[in-house]
Design a protein around this ligand. Structure first.
Ligand SMILES: Nc1ncnc2c1ncn2[C@@H]1O[C@H](COP(=O)(O)OP(=O)(O)OP(=O)(O)O)[C@@H](O)[C@H]1O
Ligand SMILES: [Mg+2]
Length: 398
């Protein structure tokens, strides 16, 4: 429904050029909810504003519902933009107009006749559960209700696409949940495609079918949420299943195992312990309902170095599990020695800003350059080397 190709937006101010969106490709399928995550300044809002041409990209293509927006002008462009609704963090309501008046506003701009307008406003207010507040003014309703007005207004032109820029970040958790539920409901009932920006992992977990992570204007990870979570080294997985920094004791193998659906019902830890007569130590983990499936991530410790556990690791992989082996301490020291520590420090805050709680601090997902990965040859799969810094989200963001 939305195809973004090689999109680039450069801001020039006071002799400085900032590449806010840098060569971004994104494909949002019809009827899905697509979440874009990233730390402040990553270029999320700019990307979104390029989708409805509030910002004119410097290069690339934006195709919405089969129409190449940059090739349109005049009335064609106006009509295409009517097919794209947008909601904002701070609602942007007109304080001098009632709830009904705010929803009527875009219809007036579109030149919809009065009688039809009134009918449509009533429909829209019904859709977002605000019929009883039609005559109230924005100052007289709650934040959640204001966002419902924002949503009703965005849907006035019967758009196929809704863009949402941090629409819930000014709301408390309960209200956030109800707005997310409303978006999910509208997405299903109207077949509405939603492209949303958020910094809350919870939003992705609750309603997104697909997601992308942006950093420094680029998309560093994108795809269906389920696929991303099962991909070794996924930043999304680290954000959704925060595990503390791994402390790999010498003579042990620390493994992060991601499992979903069927494999979530199989007792793989006890099977592993029984089959190989070893003690498996559980270091941490979480299970989440993601869409219709259960996905979990467990960190386990096996006795012996990764070389010794080759068969055990192969067994886990053959059971359909995603397996990431943590490297040993020397690998981390090496990575510091070859000058990557600076890149790490910078990107640590990024990973953390995506996490809800105490965040995972890992070498691989957070490094910008070649990752300090070790153990790949040993384990035959993707390996992750954990650094030692364990910061909280608050520390990283301060
Ligand atoms: N109008 C503008 N003029 C100049 N620079 C801009 C403009 N808008 C954004 N930028 C710069 O572009 C970069 C991306 O900004 P953008 O607002 O897209 O980030 P964001 O990911 O939405 O951040 P946040 O999470 O804080 O909303 C930043 O470096 C920002 O300073
Ligand atoms: Mg923004």
């Amino acid at each position: 429904m939305i195809q973004i190709e090689k999109l680039r937006k450069v801001y020039r101010a006071r002799g400085r050029a900032v590449t806010a969106v840098d060569d971004v490709d994104l494909d949002v399928r019809e009827g899905e909810i697509f979440g874009v995550l990233g730390r402040s300044g990553a270029g999320k809002s700019t990307l979104l504003r390029c989708v409805n041409l509030l910002e004119r990209p410097d290069a690339g293509r934006v195709v919405v519902d089969g129409q190449d927006l940059l090739a349109l002008s005049g009335g064609d462009l106006r009509r295409a933009r009517q097919g794209i609704g947008m909601i904002h963090q701070h609602f942007g309501l007109l304080g001098s107009r009632t709830v009904a008046g705010n929803v009527a506003f875009p219809l007036e701009v579109m030149g919809v006749p009065r009688a039809e307008r009134a009918k449509r406003v009533a429909e829209l207010l019904e859709l977002v559960g605000l019929s009883e507040h039609a005559k109230a003014y924005p100052a007289q309703i709650s934040g959640g209700q204001k966002q419902r007005v924002g949503i009703a207004r965005a849907l006035a032109g019967r758009p196929k696409v809704l863009l949402s820029d941090e629409a819930t970040s000014a709301l408390d958790p309960e209200t956030t949940a109800s707005i997310l539920e409303l978006l999910r409901d509208l997405n299903r009932r109207l077949g509405l495609t939603v492209l949303l920006i958020t910094h809350e992992m919870d939003v992705v977990k609750r309603i997104c079918d697909s997601a992308a992570i942006m950093r420094d204007g680029r998309v560093v990870e994108s795809g269906r949420v389920r696929d991303l979570l099962l991909r070794p080294g996924s930043e999304l997985a680290r954000g959704l299943f925060p595990l503390p920094a791994a402390n790999v004791r010498p003579g042990t193998t620390v493994v992060d195992v991601t499992f979903e659906g069927d494999s979530a019902d199989k007792p793989f830890v006890s099977t592993l312990a029984r089959t190989y007569s070893i003690d498996v130590n559980i270091l941490g983990g979480a299970v989440e309902e993601i869409g219709d499936t259960r996905i979990g991530r467990l960190r386990i410790e096996l006795p012996g170095d990764p070389e010794i556990n080759a068969a055990q690791l192969a067994h886990l992989r053959e059971s359909g599990l995603t397996v990431e082996v943590h490297g040993q301490a020397p690998a981390y020291e090496e990575s510091l020695a070859d000058g990557e520590s600076v890149a790490h420090g910078e990107s640590l805050a990024h990973g953390e800003s995506l996490a809800d709680g105490p965040a995972p601090v890992d070498g691989e997902s957070l490094a910008d350059g070649p990752a300090p990965v070790d153990g790949e040859s040993v384990a035959g799969g993707a390996a992750v080397v954990h650094g030692e810094a364990a910061q909280t989200a608050e520390e990283a963001l301060s």
